[in-house]
Design a protein around this ligand. Structure first.
Ligand code: 13P
Ligand code: SF4
Length: 303
């Protein structure tokens, strides 16, 4: 164990802190993380923890969600630069305009959205529970934001719900093109292609499996196959390679990296915990309304 890792672990004990890390983080962060996973898992862990401090190695909306779920705890984000570029594509005014064009339709927001946006939506979802959440509404039509591709994937999978989407997208996943998949399939004809639903439809429609980061990992681990082409952020491939050396994991294309996820380093985590910065706070009324949207998701998800 490195000296830095030991120091972080010592601080965690002294301050009764917990570290949550998304699986797109730099892989060395797992050395100090108490929980590593996708956004649903991490929000469930945040909701359950007894720690006094939650340090989030993830993007801004994830730390905000933890604060909304645990208003009495101190939530820290080591680097404030780590915003989600998709979440920042829709402001509260843009949401209001979108809703006013399509009145009286249930509004589902992806967890990759700001607290303000969540405060005016009916329910939120993550990529791992989006189908279940939309189904639970028993509606013929819904509004979905900000990710147009996750929304369209839900529409195509469910088949009986019209999903009107906001034109947001993930710049990292949109770098993956159908030709990248075709080229990789030619190179590795035995491999299965596993893709995240934030990918463009032209990519997810030719994948062998589409699912959240955790679902992709689970599928690869449980499959009898040995070779996988992974169409999502590099952190997923790094962890699979580390944990399953008897299988082969190929990133669909070089540099499929979310730069904002990669801001945090072990030194940032140490400084953040030591100085208890940067504390994330959410305005009280906004947090109260956003909590309804998140709690509703957690309830449906647990059923
Ligand atoms: P997951 O819900 O699969 O963790 O995805 C979050 C995310 O930001 C993917 O880009
Ligand atoms: Fe946001 Fe895309 Fe980064 Fe996920 S990968 S945090 S959606 S910018």
């Amino acid at each position: 164990m490195s000296e830095l890792t030991e120091k972080i672990n010592q601080l965690k004990k002294e301050k009764n802190a917990v570290i949550l890390a998304h699986c797109y983080q730099n892989v060395e962060i797992d050395e100090v993380a108490d929980f590593v996973g996708d956004s649903l898992y991490l929000s469930q862990m945040a909701a359950k923890t007894n720690a006094d401090i939650i340090l989030f190695a993830g993007v801004y909306f994830m730390a905000q969600t933890a604060k909304i779920l645990c208003p009495d705890k101190k939530v820290l984000l080591p680097r404030l630069e780590s915003g989600c570029r998709m979440a920042d594509m829709i402001s509260i005014n843009q949401l209001r305009e979108f809703k006013s064009k399509h009145p009286n339709i249930p509004t589902v927001c992806y967890i990759n959205s700001t607290a303000e946006v969540k405060s005016e939506c009916d329910i939120c979802c993550t990529s791992s529970n989006a189908l279940k959440i939309v189904k639970s509404l028993q509606a013929d039509e819904i509004l979905f934001l900000p990710d147009t591709y996750l929304g369209k994937w839900v529409e195509q999978k469910l088949g009986n719900v019209k999903v009107t989407t906001y034109p947001g997208f993930c710049p990292t996943h949109l770098q993956i093109r159908p030709d990248d998949i075709k080229n990789m399939r030619e190179k590795y004809p035995e491999a299965l292609v596993l893709a995240h639903p934030e990918c463009h439809q032209s990519v997810s429609s030719i994948a062998d499996f589409v699912g959240s980061t955790t679902a992709i990992m689970k599928y690869a681990i449980e499959s009898d196959k040995k070779q996988f082409i992974i169409a999502t952020e590099k952190g997923v491939v790094d962890r699979l390679k580390r944990d399953y050396p008897d299988k082969e994991f190929i990133l669909v294309k070089d540099n499929i990296i979310c730069p904002n996820m990669k801001w945090h380093t072990l030194i940032d985590i140490y400084n953040s915990l030591k100085n208890e910065e940067h504390e994330i706070n959410v305005e009280k009324e906004t947090a109260k309304k956003a909590l309804k949207c998140i709690d509703r998701m957690l309830e449906v998800s647990a059923k």
